[in-house]
Ligand binder design. Structure first.
Ligand code: MRU
Length: 344
């Protein structure tokens, strides 16, 4: 299986990002060496997906340190720049968590920060392998004994992480075990992470996939075409409420109505135990132009406004299982992240 995607890497004097805005047409990288460019890359989704944003935030501290040295900033200016990276996007808690892991090492110097950021990256890849194995074990124990028809929404693959993927890590592991018939990849309006990115990853991995409009997903589930839905997450509250790409709630509701397992696959770094419920999760609202037009051409009539939340929150009661790198919690049965004795 091909998993040679490298979303985020340190490049000696800057951060090398795979530019996800031009996939699948072109495979290009950009190297960002200043905070302005990094914040812009995060906001434009050059780099995206909660775990990849966590790694980016961690290395972003090093980017700010180098720029501060080059441009003669004082500590206050450097710290303000780090805060801008931390706040570049609000919903995925991993971005702030990645920054927060490296900030205490700033007084120790650049190499200490880079070592910690690399640890965040390495842990993510290791964790995704574990998520894949735990998720595949849980799913095979609860689904028909044949290759499965799996639905996923947005992109929670190698492109959204430091490698392998969370939801797609589970799919890759099931595929390695000969247990995937096909994957329904929701196209994921308005920025098409499903059709552009998930389908790209699945085709490269040799996993059969069907791109479908987001609006087709609930019907496919109710018609019995789907054995299990597996998605990623951007932030999970202590009670199991889960923020993920807008449209996830419709998938979860249809799964509940059809008795199909709705599985969330995410690392512990996506769990925010400080939030009792999903009510406290900040939901990013993006530019209205993303839904009022396409490819720079306006498609809605002049005078129409737009509501463009990038994420929605699936209530815990609809989350059959949460797969992390330490095992599986059956959230709908009352096993919540906050109910664990301690974060691993
Ligand atoms: O806006 P995006 O593309 O950053 O949204 C990404 C998602 O919603 C993913 O499903 C989530 O971050 C999990 S990635 C493993």
């Amino acid at each position: 299986m091909r998993d040679d995607v490298r979303t985020v890497r340190w490049a000696g004097d800057g951060l090398r990002l795979l530019d996800q805005t031009v996939l699948p047409g072109r495979v290009e990288h950009v190297v960002v060496r200043d905070v302005e460019a990094l914040v812009d890359a995060i906001r434009r989704l050059v780099v995206r997906g909660a775990p990849a944003l966590g790694v980016t935030g961690a290395f972003g501290v090093a980017v700010a340190m180098l720029q501060a040295e080059r441009e003669g900033w004082d500590a206050a200016a450097r710290d303000a720049a780090i805060a801008r990276v931390r706040e570049a996007r609000p919903t995925a808690v991993n971005l702030a968590a990645g920054v927060d892991r490296c900030v205490p090492l700033v007084p120790k110097g650049l190499y200490a920060v880079l070592a910690e950021a690399q640890a965040v990256l390495d842990e993510d890849v290791r964790g995704n392998r574990a998520i894949g194995a735990f998720g595949a074990d849980w799913i095979t124990g609860r689904t028909p004994d044949r290759p499965l028809r799996i639905l996923t929404h947005c992109n929670a693959g190698a492109l959204a992480t430091a490698g392998w993927g969370t939801a797609l890590g589970v799919v890759r592991e099931l595929h390695d075990r000969g247990r995937v018939e096909k994957v329904y990849a929701d196209e994921t309006r308005p920025l098409l992470q499903g059709s552009r990115l998930t389908a790209w990853e699945l085709v490269r991995a040799g996993i059969p996939c069907l791109v479908q409009a987001d609006g087709a997903a609930p019907g496919a589930i109710l018609r019995g075409l789907v054995d299990v839905a597996v998605i990623g997450a951007d932030r999970i509250a202590a009670n199991g409420d889960t923020a993920n790409k807008v449209g996830s709630v419709g998938v979860a509701l249809a799964c509940a109505a059809a008795g199909v397992p709705f599985v969330v696959a995410a690392p512990w770094s996506t769990v925010d135990l400080a939030l009792a419920s999903g009510d406290g999760i900040p939901i990013e609202e993006r530019d209205t132009g993303e839904v009022l037009g396409w490819g720079g051409v306006r498609t809605a009539p002049d005078g129409a406004g737009a509501f463009n939340p990038a994420f929605d929150v699936t209530p815990a009661r609809l989350v059959t299982a949460l797969v992390t790198e330490t095992g599986v919690l059956e959230v709908a049965n009352g096993e919540t992240p906050g109910g664990r004795a301690a974060r691993p």
